[in-house]
Design a protein around this ligand. Structure first.
Ligand code: PLP
Length: 395
């Protein structure tokens, strides 16, 4: 099918939640993708950060093929080897603890929200309903997903409008403001949830001091600290997990995007004592932790660790930041350049949508978020040469 036919069918049969899309993509390899007309694109956005190892990474493809030939799906009423292998890799390379597998970032966050509420009820208290500890403090400008609870957790009214009434139990504070969060804690609070680097909000980095203060505050008030690493986790920022830059360990961490090597997979990790608040029957998913997705996840994790791609993300990430700063010297409308590792971008003094569109016309895929922030989430296998090519188009 050519793009015209695909677009017509899309108009007729797909609910219009994504608007008209500029391309139909058919094939990918490494940092590049090709559209239905055979045109090549350099992809510095890698499917919103999903294609961490690039398109068609041989180890991911082999793992998927091998597992698909053996067993594509079984219910979570039975064990499978890929699931426990991946859980072990995640646990032993982070803060320990146990995993619950989901299909997406929103579902991983839903699991975290449910677990935090359940954990808060562990001490047998008289049921005080809405007055019981259940409230989760989240940050303004955050993004935690599109299910009703995660939408409610997301500190951006633009996504919430029209879907009221939203689930109760979320309180929003300005990001990186320790005094504000101290004020927000009350006797209903049960957790603090935030992205160590706000992705969708425009790559705002939580300072080490802020995270250290949040850990202290959580410990003092018996709150759980939840880090949403759905976008910034798994090597992207130069460490396997973004929290490792500060050394501040969360009680719960959520992952998704690149975890399944492009297949739908999310995970919630929780320290052993917290994880124990979930008992059989408390939470479940038909597809979560599917053996093919988990086999791909094992390949992603092993490749990251064996090839130390975190270091590569740091090196090429610094190079990309340097190139962006050079552009900032040249153009006064670039008001800020920020990011960490291969999660970076530039703030413009005007809306950036047209820049992303013009880059696409010239064979470069990038993204504009929060209206004015041009962001990059390239695969970790990107080279300096690819970055030079992308920057020349952007310039
Ligand atoms: N959390 C963060 C930090 C995200 O960036 C996203 C998606 O962009 C989500 C959660 C939701 O993930 P998903 O779209 O897989 O539900």
């Amino acid at each position: 099918m050519d793009i015209k036919e695909i677009r017509e069918l899309d108009k007729k049969f797909i609910i219009n939640t994504y608007g008209e899309r500029p391309l139909a993509l058919v094939r990918g390899e490494g940092v590049r993708v090709w559209d239905a007309e055979g045109k090549e694109y350099l992809d510095l956005f890698s499917g919103i950060g999903v294609n961490l190892l690039g398109y068609g990474h041989p180890k991911v493809v082999a793992a998927i093929r091998e597992q698909a030939e053996k067993l594509i799906h079984v219910s979570n009423l039975y064990y499978t080897e890929p699931q426990v292998k991946l859980a072990r890799l995640l646990s032993e390379n982070s803060f320990g603890g146990k995993c619950f597998f989901s299909n997406s970032g929103a579902e991983a966050n839903e699991a975290a929200i449910k677990l935090a509420r359940k954990y808060a009820k562990r001490e047998k208290t008289e049921d005080r309903g809405q007055n019981e500890r259940h409230e989760i403090i989240t940050a303004k400008g955050s993004f935690h997903g599109r299910t009703l609870a995660t939408l409610s957790a997301t500190g951006q009214t633009k996504y919430q409008k029209g879907f009221e009434p939203l689930p109760v139990g979320f309180r929003y504070v300005p990001f990186n403001d320790i005094e504000a969060i101290k004020q927000a804690v009350n006797d209903k609070s049960c957790a603090i949830m935030l992205e160590p680097i706000q992705g969708e909000g425009g790559d705002h980095i939580a300072s080490g001091e802020y995270l250290t203060a949040l850990r202290k505050l959580s410990d003092e008030h018996g709150l759980l600290l939840i880090f949403d690493e759905v976008q910034c986790g798994l090597g992207r920022t130069g460490k396997l997990f973004a929290y490792q830059h500060s050394g501040v360990k969360p009680d719960i961490m959520t992952l998704a995007k690149p975890l399944g090597g492009g297949l739908p997979l999310g995970a919630m990790l929780a320290g052993e004592e917290v994880a124990a608040a979930f008992q059989p029957g408390n939470h479940a998913s038909t597809f979560g932790g599917n053996p093919v997705a988990c086999a791909a996840g094992v390949a992603v994790m092993e490749t990251l660790l064996e090839e130390n791609l975190m270091q590569k993300a740091e090196e090429t990430g610094n190079y990309l930041l340097q190139k962006l700063r050079e552009l900032q010297q040249k153009y006064s409308f670039i008001v800020d350049v920020r990011g960490r590792g291969l999660m970076s971008g530039m703030e413009l003094s005007f809306a950036g949508k047209d820049i992303a569109r013009k880059c696409l016309e010239r064979g470069l895929l990038i993204n504009c978020t929060a209206e004015t922030f041009i962001r990059f989430l390239p695969p970790l296998i990107i080279t300096r040469k690819d970055i030079d090519e992308g920057m020349a188009i952007l310039d």
